[in-house]
Design a protein around this ligand. Sequence first.
Ligand SMILES: [Zn+2]
Length: 233
Amino acid sequence: MNHSNLIRNSKFKIQNFAMNLIIFGPQGSGKGTQADLLAEKFNLAHIETGQIFREIGRENSELGKIVKNLNEQKEMIPDEVTVEVLRAKLEVVPIDMGIILDSAPRTTGQVEPIEQMLAELARTLDKAIYITLPYEQSVERITKRYACTVCYRHFVLGNHIQELNDPCPTCGGPIMQRGDDTPEGVAKRLDTFYKVTIPVIDEYRERGMLIEVDGSQTVENVFSEIIEQLEKK
Ligand SMILES: [Zn+2]
């Protein structure tokens, strides 16, 4: 029996003392990089919903087909699908390991079901991190963004990779610009973030759980500011 089943089937809730975080930021804010750094420092499982859905979209399953279709039409994944997919990922994370949820909850409708699901897994959110970045800077950064065609990791031109012919720093595979990083694709995703996700961030701010960091700084400075604020309380 794995940990989560044990907790679900037990009358007694095991208190989890590992740190549970969520991280928000518009595209290009570097939140994925910060989530990776935080995951390493605090031994957290980095749960990135976008990545998970891209993986599922490549599976030849019923859910895979639905997700692939929605992805192709650039439509939002329904909230209940998001919650169930997240649950499946989180259930297998050991209870003594914290988590960092990247890009979820993405809509106000996901806040309650995700927190409810976390509670069922004996997890409570400690902090929400918001990495801010002006709209124009997002656009500028995204157009410099490339992905590996083998392991699908993202890299920034001039940062992780210096030239377009450079191999993937992780697996050595060839890299290319993401197909939806056109000006229209970028604008659509940024608009969705500001319209749909900002109200979620506002909610965490009102609850006094929000750490806000200026994402136009260097990766190192953003990271040390997050750490400083996390250790404050
Ligand atoms: Zn790779």
